[in-house]
Design a protein around this ligand. Structure first.
Ligand code: GDP
Ligand code: ZN
Length: 318
């Protein structure tokens, strides 16, 4: 049967946004540079038209470069989205939030055992964010070659007890990397974490360098991508993808308020009903069961301190 090539429709996943165009990976792993047109149809009304992680339908068109080109005809419904709040004053488009990455299966929170030192406040901030987004989370402690194993594991004990999955790794010695790979297999994992903890090194290690067959993956351009706060998606040899996102400060705690923060500390949930006031913020109220639990060691005191710090950093509701 004769098939008109121009009417052929392909499906793929957006792995990178590159200026006005997008790099789309098809199921056969080939990459196409695609643009949108006014008639591009989206299942995600009112949101960013195309984001890294989106499943799209595209029509190939003649290309004058090495890379095939195409036109995105449809963007499928997102199952999840990492948002960056737009500055209202500088925002001329109708969309309120910008989607940085979509269809994420889990958030990988990367910290380092040392250099920079393990920062529990930051881990708790990421965990609260993941809980607020209903995203499964994997905690990764990198640079285990720089620290004594036991004290690090002891520091993380409260998180094990809360049921968080934790991988202890070193991208230098390869310790724990296989177990880490297993946790990533067949999933779309968004990496987050403070700069310097080793995210890029880990991602290069996991993807085997240059999985994305474009010039844009050079270290230099990667940095460039970061400064514009967009995400990049790289495929894993065993299946699945990692998404390298800008720091959490960028994709902020948009959905979190002083009012709902308490629900994102899992250990509070069981205890909260025992507070004297049903609207207890677990800060200054008399008869607070959460404060009592923190003081008696029923819940981890440092976690409670993180709650207070986060609470203080959020705007009071007016
Ligand atoms: P990113 O900012 O999170 O992407 O961090 P980078 O990947 O740029 O790494 C920051 C620094 O930590 C670099 O100097 C890396 O060589 C180093 N580094 C990364 N992984 C490890 C590790 O497992 N052990 C040690 N000792 N250093 C590491
Ligand atoms: Zn309370």
């Amino acid at each position: 049967m004769h098939r008109n090539k121009r009417e052929e429709v392909c499906r793929g996943i957006v792995v990178q946004s590159a200026g006005a165009s997008y790099i789309v990976e098809s199921s056969d792993a080939s990459l196409s540079r695609c643009r949108t047109i006014p008639a591009t149809r989206s299942d995600n009304e009112g949101a960013t038209l195309v984001a890294v992680g989106d499943r799209v339908e595209f029509r190939p068109k003649p290309s004058e470069t090495d890379m095939p080109e195409g036109v995105i005809t449809r963007v499928f419904r997102r199952s999840s989205a990492l948002l960056r709040k737009r500055d209202v004053r500088r925002n001329r488009s109708k969309e309120r939030d910008q989607v940085i990455a979509s269809n994420i299966d889990q958030l990988v929170v990367v910290s380092s055992a040392d250099d920079p030192p393990l920062n529990r406040r930051l881990i708790d901030r990421y965990l609260a964010f993941a809980e607020s987004e209903h995203l499964p989370v994997l905690v990764v402690i990198n640079k285990m070659d720089l620290a004594e194993e036991d004290p690090v594991r002891e520091l993380l004990l409260p998180y094990h007890r809360l049921g968080y999955r934790i991988c202890y790794v070193s991208s230098f010695t390869d310790e724990g990397i296989e177990e880490f790979r297993t946790e990533l297999k067949e999933k779309v994992s968004a990496f987050s974490g403070h700069s310097g903890v080793g995210k890029s090194t880990l991602i290069n290690r996991l993807t085997g360098n240059g999985t994305l067959k474009t010039a844009e993956t050079s270290t230099k351009t990667r940095k460039g991508v970061h400064t514009t706060s967009s995400a990049i998606m790289l495929s894993l040899p065993a299946g699945g993808y990692v998404i390298d996102t800008p720091g959490l400060r960028e994709f902020n705690l948009s959905g979190i308020t002083r009012e709902n923060l308490r629900f994102y500390f899992r250990e509070f949930l069981r205890i909260m009903p025992e507070c004297n006031f049903s609207s207890c913020t677990h800060t200054v109220e008399p008869g607070c069961a959460v404060v009592r639990a923190a003081e008696t060691g029923v819940i981890d005191y440092e976690r409670y301190m993180s709650y207070l710090v986060l609470f203080g950093s959020l705007e009071p509701e007016s």
